[in-house]
Design a protein around this ligand. Structure first.
Ligand SMILES: *Cc1c(COP(=O)(O)O)cnc(C)c1O
Length: 422
């Protein structure tokens, strides 16, 4: 495979961009490929190589690349202008559709990224409760801001420590961590800090660690415990929203959070974030209340237009169901191949999310660390050589889109069989 152009670009980028890239996960060693264009399930790089894309920009591209309906919506919006600094009808329309699909969301606000959404949701929880501490799940990801760039201290009830240089210890100590799928650990933390915890924030399905799925009854247990201890529950559905079902994981599992964050899919591939939830909490956001949040690009017309059209497609009869059953078939075929080869790997997934774990299926962060991540990385490179772009880490979820047709999946399975073992 000729990768000369990408190699040259990366060498130049290293002298210009921090780490050579715009986001750390893109820094594939020895150098990433540089995408020149995309269409449907495919990416083409600067050297003309074509890849079947299972990264899908880490989640947003559920319709595949350049879906004609999005192209049309964006072209139309371009003709009308793309940033006004005033309200638009688009934001009313999209808010109406989101609140209809998410009964837990009475009021919401559009922001530009998932990171902003979780930052604001945590601020709302703190402002609304008058408390500072938050609980997050070990290995859960909520974007790159101070309150969530925190790792667990030793022992379940100790205070968090910064997971990045530059995060103040005074901020990190307000973030407590609990292992996923462990209600006892959660209860212990809730009991240890009575009256001090504003909220628990969590991805209902750990999308940034695999995925890792909730045990039967776990999410209901979290809801019961948080309610019992008067702690707000924030579901970060930036990945699971509009994917597990139109109403997200909260609809799929039947659990009602107090606050929700959305992003990725609902921007149709354009930058977006949403935070929203209980009326009594969201009413406290400025200008009505004293919890401040603002943004030049909040409710960007391009993102809203793309989001509305994405919903148009996803709400068509059977679209999500068909995508999910196609994904399940692919996962089943992968499991069969693994079994035939006598490898102790697992294929974990739900809806259109999947991951090949080089080890048994993990149920939390600690277990996920036991996977052979070096083996996975080698497999990733062999797949890339075969024209299949999986996410480059053992701990990132792969996605399917509605543009991944049966022949695309067949080609993927053939490469899978060929490349699983070195
Ligand atoms: C991607 C992601 C975020 C951050 O969203 P950005 O748009 O990248 O800022 C937050 N939470 C979850 C669960 C995510 O997957």
């Amino acid at each position: 495979m000729n990768l000369e152009s990408s190699k040259k670009l990366f060498n130049k980028a290293r002298g210009l961009l921090a780490g050579g890239v715009c986001s750390p996960v893109r820094a594939i060693s020895p150098h990433p490929f540089y995408t020149a264009r995309a269409e449907g399930p495919y990416l083409w790089d600067e050297d003309g190589n074509r890849f079947i894309d299972y990264c899908l920009a880490y989640g947003p591209m559920i319709l595949g690349h350049r879906n004609p309906i999005i192209v049309e919506a964006i072209n139309e919006q371009l003709r009308k202008g793309w940033l006004y600094g005033t309200p638009t009808e688009l934001e009313v329309k999209l808010a109406e559709r989101i609140t209809r699909l998410y009964p837990s969301i009475n009021l919401l606000r559009f922001v530009s990224t998932g990171t902003e959404a979780t930052m604001a949701a945590i601020r709302v929880a703190r402002g609304g409760s008058g408390r500072d501490k938050v609980i997050k799940i070990e290995g859960g990801f909520h974007g790159a801001h101070d309150s969530v760039l925190v790792k667990a201290g030793s022992g379940a009830t100790t205070l968090g420590i910064p997971d990045s240089k530059g995060v103040p210890i005074d901020t990190a100590k307000n973030t407590l961590q609990v292992p996923y799928n462990d209600l006892d650990a959660l209860e212990k933390v809730l009991r240890s800090f009575p009256g001090e915890i504003a909220a628990m924030i969590m991805e209902p399905v750990l999308g940034n660690l695999g995925p890792i799925l909730p045990r039967e009854g776990y999410l209901n247990g979290v809801r019961d415990l948080t309610e019992e201890h008067d702690v707000l529950l924030i579901f970060d559905e930036v990945i699971t929203g509009f994917r597990l079902s139109l109403g997200g994981a909260q609809q799929y599992y039947g659990v009602k959070p107090d606050l929700t964050t959305l992003g990725k899919i609902i921007g149709g591939g354009f930058p977006i974030g949403v935070f929203g939830g209980r009326r009594d909490l969201m009413e406290q956001v400025a200008p009505d209340g004293g919890i401040y949040q603002a943004g030049t690009f909040n409710g960007s017309p391009m993102s809203l237009a793309a989001g509305l059209s994405t919903l148009d497609v996803l709400e068509r009869v059977d679209v999500l169901q068909k995508l999910n059953s196609t994904s399940e078939e692919m996962r089943r075929a992968m499991r069969e191949i693994i079994e035939d080869m006598g490898l102790g790997y697992s294929v974990v997934g739900i809806a259109s999310m999947f991951k090949v774990f080089f080890g048994p299926e993990p149920t939390d962060y600690f277990e996920s660390l036991r996977c052979d991540k070096v083996g996975y990385l080698e497999f990733f490179h062999r797949m890339l050589e075969s024209g299949i772009f999986l996410t480059p880490s053992q701990y990132e979820t792969d996605f399917l889109s509605i543009s991944h047709s049966s022949d695309v999946i067949e080609a993927t399975l053939e490469a899978f069989k060929l490349n699983l073992k070195s």
